[in-house]
Design a protein around this ligand. Sequence first.
Ligand code: ATP
Ligand code: MG
Ligand code: FE
Length: 356
Amino acid sequence: LRILGIETSCDETAAAVVERDAEGHSKVLSDVVLSQLDEHSAYGGVVPEIAARAHVEALDELIEEALARANVSLADVDAIAATSGPGLIGGLLVGLMTGKAIARAAGKPLYAVNHLEGHALTARLTDGLSFPYLMLLVSGGHTQLILVRGVGQYERWGTTIDDALGEAFDKTAKLLGLPYPGGPAVERMARDGNPDRFNFPRPLVGEARLDFSFSGLKTAVRQAAQEIAPLSDQDVADICASFQKAISRTLKDRIGRGLQRFKAEFPVTGEEPALVVAGGVAANLELRGTLQALCDKNGFRFIAPPLNLCTDNAVMIAWAGLERMATGAAPDTLDVQPRSRWPLDSNAETLIGFGK
Ligand code: ATP
Ligand code: MG
Ligand code: FE
């Protein structure tokens, strides 16, 4: 099977070709990503209209490049997979409509892929992981702990009740005067800071539910910054270090509970269970270290796919389409619509009340 993937849900325009042969060996034939970072950085965040226009401008050429680098033509692919949600509606429209047009013109089946499913299944491509496993997605738009039971079978165990973790990094950076995106800037500053200078809140720690909350942390940072303003570089470094420590402690508690629950539901028989991390925040070395230590302590394998496959890309979309096709699932019809909100777990919206 050979699939062309298209991703346009946020601020990366991406196209890729992925293949799996009859023996089950998979291979990334091409992986093209155009980040719009420069176009949004002046605004300190992603501007939806700018993003949609940039996707329109870049996508056709990117798809041609992905096919060329893979050394295949449209006739050589078995299906088209395009992200159809969740995300910014303008971008989703561009990608999905392009996918539909190509599928129609080339006479290929179309798979409308949930972006979160792409993140969730990536570890099967990179590490050959078998079901079930736990997945922590921490990006600018999402913070979710997901049980991956099988292709198309996902249970959301926890989600943020306010800000996403990447968003908390970005907002904290902004109020400290650090550049966008905030995550890398905060991490860099934190290296020279004292993590014990400020005792920032660790929301929901100790609670049985597996959700997350980060907006209180951001507010506490603002208050601390206002109290000691004007801020020296050392003050900023200390705030960043203390902020990261609070997040580390929060994750340790929340994810620790998730691992316990997983072990209770799936008693270990042979292979060690696994926790997979995805999303841009997974680049953070301190948080990675925290998760690695937590996994070691609980007898879990900790799997972090290479960073380019943790952040938004089209390889994961092609792969999710491939996995679905391989199960024999029917493709989508050409009247499939993009969905800005589309929880992976269809119960999630009704259970908790928000769909991100
Ligand atoms: P999605 O739609 O999947 O949420 P996104 O574009 O918001 O996509 P990503 O591109 O996966 O998310 O990740 C971007 C986020 O990751 C930003 O919020 C950024 O601040 C954060 N980030 C990147 N590097 C680091 C880091 N070293 N430490 C913490 N956060 C980081
Ligand atoms: Mg992004
Ligand atoms: Fe993403």
